[in-house]
Design a protein around this ligand. Structure first.
Ligand code: GBH
Length: 465
């Protein structure tokens, strides 16, 4: 196997999200978010799991900082819980909430770790959902106000501000398929959400530019690598349609200042896009210092004639409603294995392909891998060792895929592993473990898996053997 050597300035990190690790859902003035409501609604999450306690990071943040330092991470990506710092989503800020993140940021800086803060990782204050959620424009304006509050409080102590994590999930899983909070199944609302999330990104990005000019600005997208079942014109058109919904609905306005014409045409039966106002697209196109890319698996599609039985392999099979708005003519196919515990196929070549596509289509745009990792059923041996070889193999192959893309010119500046800790895996609750550090949910004891030791060595040497 070729050895890949990463330069000294390559950023090695790991990532988490507030609702997935913090717990303390009702402490110190935190208000409810859509994920509190959703996870407490019977039938929504596996085993009825909620983020009430999660990995109890809100109380164990100092111990967790110790793990971050021991791993030798250059950077740590976390998210700020909007309802913890501004409980109602508008109006007064909650000092205790802001102080929590302020201490965390200072603790990272003291240990020489770059704080990378995500403003929104899916936990909308419930009051804003009650007023229409991301389907209404006002939520984007509220987000601008929230952004100003947190950037004022943390400013350029935060090295990189990331506006959103995976707006694709917030819009389509939250409002079309309903497998994420708030659990709505309204295709037109999902497309309105796409736009209001994009708008909120632009508004918040401008807040960062103004209030923390020394900070870096980014957004994180879960971009899809979509493969056609054949090279027939119909299958290639299915790829084009899904690419528009999944990728270009965000990349278009953010990086090129306009929604793609084919997206508007494909979805015309669902909405006329009249929620896009004069000047919005220019607002959204705030220049980004880095584009964050989350990658886990690839997608295989073919054109569907509406007659043959259709498979349900879009990975969100719990819901009868599709995440793919106005894409009735597209069938999602199961892919060849191997798979992770999420049932997602393992396809590192698609990762290289994605990074090279971004390099080609958005030349000069620096890239950062803001999430990559895998859930597997970990086995704790009697001596306490967790030999998660399959996770190590997954990480190895995907980091090699990043090296491959870099060797071919892609400007990838760093890699954040998902995730530092086992955590609340959204609709799958605590059943699926992505951490390189195991969390025993009875005792909250943290134990390094072999993958954590492996990652520490990789960071120390910069060499992937
Ligand atoms: C990320 O979501 C989240 O940011 C993070 O919070 C989460 O814990 C982590 O990943 C692991 O799930 O729809 O068939 O094309 C990733 C969500 C996973 C959604 C892959 C799209 C593609 C399968 N994405 N999925 S398909």
């Amino acid at each position: 196997m070729t050895e890949h050597v990463f330069p000294d300035d390559f950023v090695w990190g790991s990532a988490t999200a507030a609702y997935q690790i913090e717990g303390a859902a009702t402490e110190d003035g935190r208000g409810p978010s859509i994920w509190d409501t959703y996870s407490h609604t019977p039938g929504r999450t596996l085993n009825g799991d909620t983020g009430d306690v999660a990995a109890d990071h809100y109380h164990r943040w100092q111990e967790d900082l110790g793990h971050i330092a021991d791993l030798g991470l250059d950077a740590y990506r976390f998210s700020i819980s909007w309802p913890r710092v501004q409980p109602g989503g508008s109006g007064p800020f909650n000092r205790a909430g802001l102080d929590f993140y302020s201490r965390l940021v200072d603790g990272l800086l003291e240990r020489g770790v770059r704080p990378v803060a995500t403003m929104y990782h899916w936990d909308l204050p419930q009051e804003l959902e009650d007023a229409g959620g991301w389907a209404v424009r006002d939520t984007a304006l509220r987000f601008q106000e929230y952004a100003a509050g947190i950037v004022e409080a943390l400013g350029d102590r935060v090295h990189t501000w990331t506006t959103f994590n995976e707006p694709w999930c917030s819009a389509y899983l939250g409002y079309a398929s309903g497998v994420h909070a708030p659990g709505r199944t309204e295709p037109a609302a999902a497309l309105a959400a796409v736009h209001h999330l994009n708008l909120a990104h632009g508004l918040a990005g401008r807040v960062v530019r103004e209030l923390a000019p020394a900070a870096q600005l980014s957004v994180t997208l879960n971009l899809h690598v979509i493969r056609p079942a054949s090279d027939s014109a119909a299958d290639l058109d299915a790829v084009r349609r899904i690419d528009a919904l999944a990728n270009r609905a965000f990349l278009g306005p953010m990086l090129q200042g306009a929604y793609p014409a084919d997206l508007l045409a494909d979805t015309a039966a669902v909405t006329d896009w009249s929620f896009v106002r004069e000047g919005d697209e220019a607002t959204i196109a705030v220049p980004l210092d880095v584009l964050g890319v989350n990658y886990y698996s690839s997608t295989l599609v073919r054109a569907w004639d509406g007659l043959s039985p259709r498979s349900d392999a879009d990975g969100h099979g719990k819901s009868a409603a599709s995440a793919w708005v106005a894409a009735d003519g597209v069938e999602f196919l199961a892919q060849p294995g191997p798979y992770t515990a999420m049932g997602w196929n393992i396809d590192p070549d698609a990762f290289t392909e994605l990074l090279l596509r971004l390099h080609r289509e958005y030349p000069g745009q620096p890239l950062m891998i803001t999430e990559n990792g895998a859930a597997f059923d970990d086995v704790v041996s009697p001596d306490g060792t967790i030999a998660d070889d399959r996770r190590i193999d997954y990480l190895h192959r995907h980091i090699a895929a990043v090296a491959q893309a870099r060797a071919q010119g892609a400007d990838v500046r760093g890699y954040f592993l998902w995730s530092l800790l086992d955590n609340f895996e959204w609709g799958y609750g605590y059943d699926r473990r992505f951490g390189i550090i195991r969390v025993d949910y009875d005792t909250q004891v943290r134990t390094w898996k072999q993958s954590a030791h492996w990652y520490r060595r990789l960071i120390a040497t910069g060499r992937l053997g």
